[in-house]
Design a protein around this ligand. Structure first.
Ligand SMILES: O=c1nc2n(C[C@H](O)[C@H](O)[C@H](O)CO)c3cc(O)ccc3cc-2c(=O)[nH]1
Ligand SMILES: C[C@H]1O[C@@H](n2cnc3c(N)ncnc32)[C@H](O)[C@@H]1O
Ligand code: SF4
Length: 375
């Protein structure tokens, strides 16, 4: 049995977190209410984005993934060329999108088909190609790039920082054990040591960073607590973690984990409340509204203050069976809970400075774009 009365909410220990993650009955309402009282403001943010999968080839093969394609699949996205990317970006401009979200498979250039195409275009590595695409996005469109493509080396991230206003990668879980289960056994890139090293390097490089955990992939409550604490440690040390995503495993047809159970609503609520209570006020806790459409309002009552990227024109390629609500609907359900919906950029306002955006042109563009949405 959990016992909330022994918890020091100002300084949560591993045991405290586990108690929160295990609590029941009226204790759940209590932690939700406590979590919600940590809110600093009355609004819930989102970033108007367009989702561009530059490649769906991936060196990993996660049991929950509906995104990855094999290079011999006739429909496979091996590498989107720049013309196509710019066309999508031009369309996104018309919708008022400010974030170009480049999400893709990890280390796709370990695959021959990608190597061949990169070579044809005159690039050595995937990172060089992403750099070039982000540069064009920053210089030729009104959008601001955010790359989420798994692990990168320190040197590659240093290079990518020049044209990314922020970057991100889910820790997923800090559990080594999961690397021996269906979720991660075929995914060397999901080794928590490697992921934590990448997040740490982003901190050293002062890259405003988005990370988070995936709930419902076979982890225990202890492992959820450890994952949150691992993120918190890097967050406290480097100050670069702008938001922590609590993402619920969602079944899509055809995935290896098709018959696995999705996490319960209460498990999600307990985790969101735990994250909200653990992290300092300046760190947002994000819950994607498309994965929780029917239940999204209740997350606002336990401290969720960000909906993440919401796209008026592209689908969530990672979770293809979960369309985003329209911005009208999102605004309505946010208002109905008593909160205001507020647009933000892919970099949170407090990071818009020379330390986090070294490139002066990109900094100026980001400031101008922020001014636009403040109006
Ligand atoms: O549409 C999605 N956007 C995802 N995003 C985008 C995210 O919602 C926004 O791009 C960020 O909030 C930055 O604005 C991610 C970004 C990251 O850096 C890391 C992980 C994710 C995960 C998802 C996702 O599963 N689906
Ligand atoms: C982009 C992020 O999407 C998450 N992701 C990947 N597959 C799924 C799924 N079936 N359900 C929910 N989230 C998923 C992972 O956390 C990945 O890092
Ligand atoms: S979740 Fe990301 S790393 Fe895992 S297989 Fe899918 S694309 Fe690759």
């Amino acid at each position: 049995m959990s016992n909330l009365s022994n918890i020091d909410f100002e300084n949560l220990s591993r045991e405290d977190l586990i108690s929160i993650l295990e609590c029941e009955k009226e204790d759940i309402l209590k932690i939700m209410s406590l979590a919600n009282s940590k809110r600093e403001h009355n609004y819930v943010t989102y970033s108007k984005n367009v989702f561009i999968p530059l490649t769906k080839i991936c060196r990993n093969d996660c049991g929950y993934c509906a995104f990855k394609q094999n290079p011999d699949d006739p429909d496979a996205i091996i590498l989107k060329d720049k013309e196509e990317v710019l066309e999508i970006l031009k369309e996104a401009e018309k919708y008022g999108c400010k974030e170009a979200l480049f999400t893709m498979g990890e280390d796709a250039d370990t695959e021959e088909a990608v190597k061949v195409k990169l070579d044809k275009l005159g690039f050595k590595t995937m990172a060089d190609y992403i750099y070039d695409i982000c540069k064009s996005t920053a210089e030729e469109t009104s959008l601001l790039p955010h790359t989420n493509a798994g692990n990168f080396s320190y040197e590659d991230m240093k290079m990518l920082k020049e044209y990314n206003i922020s970057m991100g990668m889910m820790l997923e879980s800090s559990s080594e054990r999961l690397t021996r289960t269906i979720a991660h056994e075929k995914s060397p890139g999901k080794n928590p040591k490697l992921r934590l090293e990448t997040i740490k390097n982003a901190g050293k490089l002062n890259i405003a960073y988005t990370t988070g955990i995936l709930i419902g992939i076979g982890e225990t409550k202890e492992e959820i607590a450890d994952s949150l604490l691992a993120i918190k440690e890097l967050c406290d040390k480097y100050g670069h973690i702008q938001e922590v995503i609590i993402q619920n495993f969602t079944v899509s047809p055809g995935i290896e984990m098709e018959n696995y159970e999705e996490p319960s609503l209460l498990d999600m609520l307990r985790t969101v409340a735990a994250a909200q209570l653990l992290f300092d006020e300046g760190v947002s806790v994000q819950v994607p509204p498309n994965l929780n459409y029917e239940t999204s309002q209740i997350f606002l009552l336990c401290g969720t203050d960000d909906w993440g990227g919401v796209s008026p024109l592209s689908e969530d390629y990672v979770n293809p069976s979960s369309p985003w609500p329209t911005l009208e609907k999102l605004e309505k359900l946010t208002n109905d809970a008593g909160y205001q919906l507020k647009e933000r950029l892919a970099i949170y306002e407090k990071y818009i400075n020379e330390k986090y955006i070294k490139n002066p042109e990109l900094l100026e563009k980001t400031k101008q774009t922020q001014k636009k949405i403040n109006k």
